[in-house]
Each structure stands twice: as C-alpha cells, then as structure tokens.
Design a protein around this ligand. Structure first.
Ligand SMILES: [Zn+2]
Ligand SMILES: [Zn+2]
Length: 171
C-alpha cells in the first residue's frame, strides 16, 4: 500500500481545525495569564527572562497536549475505533499514561478499498465488501505474496492469475 508509513507532517494535518484553534487559544491564554501575573505579583516572581521562558514553555506544553488529544480523536476515528471513548480516556487518565496507552492499543490504519472504496483494515487480504484482493494471495496455498511473483515462495506453484510468465513471442 502507498501509505504504510505516513510522514509526520501528514499525520499533523489530520488534527481537526477546531482542535488546532483550541491549541493556539490555549497557548495565547497561558501567555495572557503570565502577563497578568507579572503585573499583579511583580515582586514575588522570578526575573523577567525566566518568567517569559516559563510562560512560553507552559504555553507550548498546553498547546501540544490539546493538539495531541485532537490528533488522537481524529486518528481513532479513521482507524474505526471508538473516538469518543478514547477522547474521554486520554483526558481523564493522568496525562502521559493515557497517551501511551492509546499509541500501544490503537488499531492498524484503515485504508479505502482500491475497487469499491469501503474501509479495509491494514491486515486484511480481501475487501469485506467486494472481495477485491488487497494483497495478492497464492491460488494454491492462499498465503500472501507480492504482485510481481512468478512462483509462490511457500508452495512453489506457478502463478496463473497474475500471469507474469515470459512472453513466448519475444526472444
Ligand atoms: Zn472493495
Ligand atoms: Zn502457494
């Protein structure tokens, strides 16, 4: 399949726009909070550069958390998992544990069937809706093979359907 390993940038793009905006608002809110605290509690706070750095770090962490939750929501949906349940789990479970659990337990990516467009699990050999062979299989022993194999590497039989036999007219 073409997208066995999607790039990080492509993964980022699945974050719904609402979540991306929420992440940006979260970042801005932390900056605002730090500015207000600086005005009201001036003498008690660390020196100005450290306080600003702290505010930036806090903002980035909050924005990253919101974006990650948004990513998990969209990602669980496209994998045919219960998105609302996972949304609640990653919000309610103490932060790193919920995120780690999600990435350990998530189902393989669902891709559309090239023939009918029905969602097909990454480990499926045939489309459950139209029977299209997602990964070609040997006619004799039924095991997965590559499309350009001439002989089955498991049972040794010659492939008939994906006839890649040498053309007798040439040579
Ligand atoms: Zn299909
Ligand atoms: Zn075979």
């Amino acid at each position: 399949m073409t997208q066995r390993r999607s790039r990080f940038a492509e993964e980022i793009r699945i974050i719904p726009i609402g979540w991306a905006i929420a992440a940006a608002v979260g970042f801005a809110a932390v900056q605002l909070l730090f500015i207000i605290l600086r005005w009201t509690h001036q003498p008690d706070l660390p020196a100005e550069p450290w306080w600003m750095l702290l505010g930036l770090l806090g903002g980035v962490m909050l924005a990253a958390t919101i974006a990650l939750i948004g990513y998990i929501y969209a990602d669980s949906k496209r994998r045919g998992m219960n998105a609302v349940l996972w949304l609640l789990l990653v919000i309610l479970i103490p932060k790193p544990i919920g995120f780690i659990a999600y990435f350990l337990l998530r189902k393989p990516l669902i891709v559309p069937c090239p023939q009918c467009g029905a969602p097909v699990g990454a480990d499926f050999h045939y489309c459950p809706k139209c029977g299209h062979a997602i990964t070609p299989t040997c006619n004799h022993c039924g095991r997965s093979i590559e499309r350009d194999y001439v002989c089955c590497p498991y049972c040794g039989k010659t492939m008939v359907s994906s006839a890649k036999l040498p053309d007798p007219s040439t040579g």
